[in-house]
Design a binder for this molecule. Sequence first.
Ligand code: TRP
Ligand code: SF4
Length: 326
Amino acid sequence: MRKIVFSGMRPTGKLHLGHLVGALSNWLELQQKYPCIFSIVDWHAFMGEYEQSHDINANIMDMAIDWLACGIDPDKSTLFVQSQVPEHLELAMILGCLTPLGWLERNPTYKEQLREITTRDLQTFAFLGYPVLQAADILLYKANLVPIGEDQLPHLELTREISRRFNHIFKKEVFTDCEAILTQTPRLLGLDGRKMSKSYQNAINLSDSKDDIEKKVKMMFTDPKRIKLSDPGHPEECNVYTYYEVFAPGQKEAVYEWCTKAQKGCTDCKKILAEHLVKYLEPIREKREKLVKDKDRVRDILEAGRKKASVMAKKTIEEVKEVIFK
Ligand code: TRP
Ligand code: SF4
């Protein structure tokens, strides 16, 4: 049997380089090999920020445009919006009936979020069940492979536990085990050396202009031990060098040389990096601009995706109801 790939992303804002390197590059490879289903999981966004729900619609459009601009191909992959396939909520509720509270309360990702995020209200019934909806996303399509970040591993483990519990209770192998696919590329840090994130305002967005990119790269932290131009630098400790490794690997040796031999200063080094980044992002930006002017096309793609996803989702729900009420 051919393996199916499923993944989802919360529409919380414009995509940045971290998303491109971390998730999308993985997706692009997978869509060459497997049937892929990629969902803009707006209910998951709503769960965590129900008071900012007015942003979600614009974010969905931005996300779809970013995906397409990066090369997610609607002829190969199914792209759709989670809330447009109501079976996600239906299956989540069904799975919720047989998911022990203790499993959810013990979830390390949940505990960490409650601890770390203080600006939003996460003390809700649905937020505790976040991984149940995520399990429903995956199981609705009987996906086998799930590309995710490491922080999502506990959710995937819960998905397996929930699906096994379902099969066990109803004595039928309705669901199969799914497997995580972790990104191989090292995590790309933000301008200030912390995790790249919209909320830290340290991200370079895929939609940034040449000017934005130049300004942002100028702000990047470099090797703190290199103070004067004549001080040799340590590329392995410099975030700028990591960017070269990812976005201009052909320049690695040259950068290493001019840095460790103090032949070029950090300002020049960053100027050159900015040029490479602008060039790297140029095709994405061009595609993006075309799509921004043709949102009807984007909506058509999402509608076609919704139809395909719906057929599969309905089939699974039928099967689930059959084993439950037989
Ligand atoms: N929770 C995931 C995240 O925050 C997003 C997500 C929702 C997801 N449903 C999914 C990822 C199903 C993989 C599969 O990154
Ligand atoms: Fe980093 Fe480049 Fe400066 Fe070396 S020269 S410390 S690689 S910015």
